[in-house]
Design a protein around this ligand. Structure first.
Ligand SMILES: Cc1cn([C@H]2C[C@H](O)[C@@H](COP(=O)(O)OP(=O)(O)OP(=O)(O)O)O2)c(=O)[nH]c1=O
Length: 190
């Protein structure tokens, strides 16, 4: 049985598009980048920790497989996770305005004695955002709980000039990479 270790409704919605049955595990894994830890290592580690924590919850169940994922927005050497408040969200949006950043999503699939990982990198270029654009977007509340303080699947897409990579990866679960992992575990036909 497949389980999704995530509180994100987007991840559940995306995973359901692959046509599999799965259960949901509610977990709270701390997300804290270690000093000097490269962004790529950090995102992969957190995805693995989410899946691993989920597996601990279902270890009794034979054949249990758990999927965890983590998404961060990377601007040069800065990593933007979920903003704590509107002030932090505004600062992230100002930094991202008119520039190209990367959205990195790592996915981990773990079962008893088995583990596989994938990572998806998408380059996103934003139009220049005015202070009025930012204020209006903050007022929508859509930034809450989103890495980099925006959700491409909502009204923010009007500011996206270019996307090179995986749209579902930006939303939190890259479907092509996820399907590849599920095939490795025999959960999707090869
Ligand atoms: C950039 C971007 C991020 N996001 C979301 C995806 C993730 O849910 C979130 C990043 O936070 P994550 O820590 O990756 O995930 P989460 O805390 O929401 O869920 P969980 O750990 O329980 O699985 O940002 C969007 O929905 N749209 C976007 O355009």
């Amino acid at each position: 049985m497949l389980h999704l270790a995530s509180r994100s409704p987007r991840r559940a919605e995306l995973l359901s598009r692959l046509g599999l049955d799965f259960g949901l595990l509610d977990l709270d894994v701390p997300e804290q980048q270690a000093p000097g830890e490269p962004a790529f290592d950090y995102v992969r580690r957190v995805a693995r920790e989410k899946a691993g924590a989920g597996l601990l919850k279902v270890l009794g169940a034979p054949g249990a497989v758990v999927l965890g994922a983590d998404t961060e927005v990377i601007l040069e050497d800065r990593v933007f996770g979920k903003p704590a408040d509107a002030g932090e969200a505004a600062a992230m949006l100002r930094a991202l305005s008119g520039r190209t950043h990367e959205v990195l999503t790592a996915v981990a699939l773990v079962g008893a004695g088995r583990e596989a990982q994938a990572a998806s990198l998408t380059r996103v270029t934003l139009d220049a955002l005015s202070e009025a654009d930012i204020a209006r977007y903050l007022g929508s509340g859509e930034w809450q709980g989103k890495a980099g303080a925006y959700a491409i699947q909502g009204r923010f897409e009007m500011h996206v000039a270019r996307l090179d990579g995986s749209y579902s990866g930006v939303m939190g679960l890259p479907l092509r990479d996820t399907a590849g992992l599920l095939r490795q575990f025999g959960l999707l036909p090869a």
